[in-house]
Design a protein. Structure first.
Length: 195
C-alpha cells in the first residue's frame, strides 16, 4: 500500500437541504444493509466476503481481549458509527475500533454514534475497495483525531499501521503487530489475523 496522500476537498454547489445528518442516518429503519455517511450523502456498503469477515472478527477479538484485560477502554465492531465531521456530516464504521477509557463520555458508552473518531480505526481491505476511497478514509480518521489507523490486507497478509498521515509501518506475516503507547503491552502475531 502506498503512503497516504490527503484527498483534496471538492467544492461543488450542493443544497444543504438534500444532505443527511448523522441523526437521520441513525434513525433510518433497518433494511439489512450497512450504511456510512459521506459528506452528508448516504453510502450503502455491500456485504463483505467470508475472508474479510473472519479477518475483521479476529482483529477485533485480539484487540478486545487486550483492552478488556487491562481496562484500557472499549472496542467496537464493524457496524459501529463514529461521527468524524459535521456540516456536512461524515459517519464512518470501521471494521474494528478502539476508544480509550479517558475519552468515554461521563454518562458512559452512548446509545447513538460515537461523537468523535476512534483512537484506533481498523479497516480490512476487500477486493472491491478502491485505493482512493481507502486513502480518503485514512485522511478522515486522522483529521478527526484518530491516533492510529490499521489497514489489514488479506491479499498480501500484511498490516499497514499508520501512526500519522505520512507515518506508516508495514507488518508482514511473520511480524508481531504492536499497539505502542495507545495500547500498552498489545502484541499480536500478524499471521494469527488471517485464516
Amino acid at each position: 500500500m502506498e503512503e497516504f496522500v490527503p484527498a483534496q476537498a471538492v467544492s461543488a454547489p450542493i443544497s444543504t437541504r438534500s444532505l443527511m445528518t448523522a441523526e437521520e442516518l441513525f434513525d433510518l429503519p433497518d433494511d439489512d444493509f450497512r450504511y456510512e455517511l459521506v459528506n452528508g450523502v448516504l453510502a450503502r456498503m455491500t456485504p463483505t466476503g467470508a475472508e474479510h469477515g473472519v479477518v475483521a472478527a479476529r482483529t477485533g477479538q485480539f484487540l478486545s481481549e487486550h483492552v478488556s484485560a487491562f481496562g484500557l477502554g472499549v472496542c467496537c465492531g464493524a457496524e459501529t458509527g463514529f461521527i468524524l465531521r459535521r456540516a456536512p456530516d461524515v459517519v464512518r464504521a470501521p471494521d474494528a475500533g478502539f476508544v480509550s477509557q479517558r475519552r468515554i463520555p461521563e454518562p458512559g458508552v452512548p446509545t447513538g454514534y460515537w461523537p468523535f473518531a476512534p483512537d484506533l480505526a481498523v479497516e480490512v481491505v476487500s477486493p472491491t475497495d478502491r485505493p482512493t476511497d481507502l486513502r480518503a478514509k485514512i485522511g478522515e480518521y486522522f483529521s478527526a483525531g484518530s491516533q492510529q489507523v490499521w489497514v489489514v490486507e488479506p491479499a498480501t497478509r500484511t498490516v499497514h499501521a499508520y501512526r500519522g498521515p505520512h507515518d506508516v509501518q508495514v507488518f508482514g506475516i511473520d511480524d508481531e503487530l504492536t499497539g505502542d503507547e495507545m495500547l500498552p503491552g498489545f502484541r499480536c502475531p500478524v499471521g494469527r489475523l488471517f485464516p
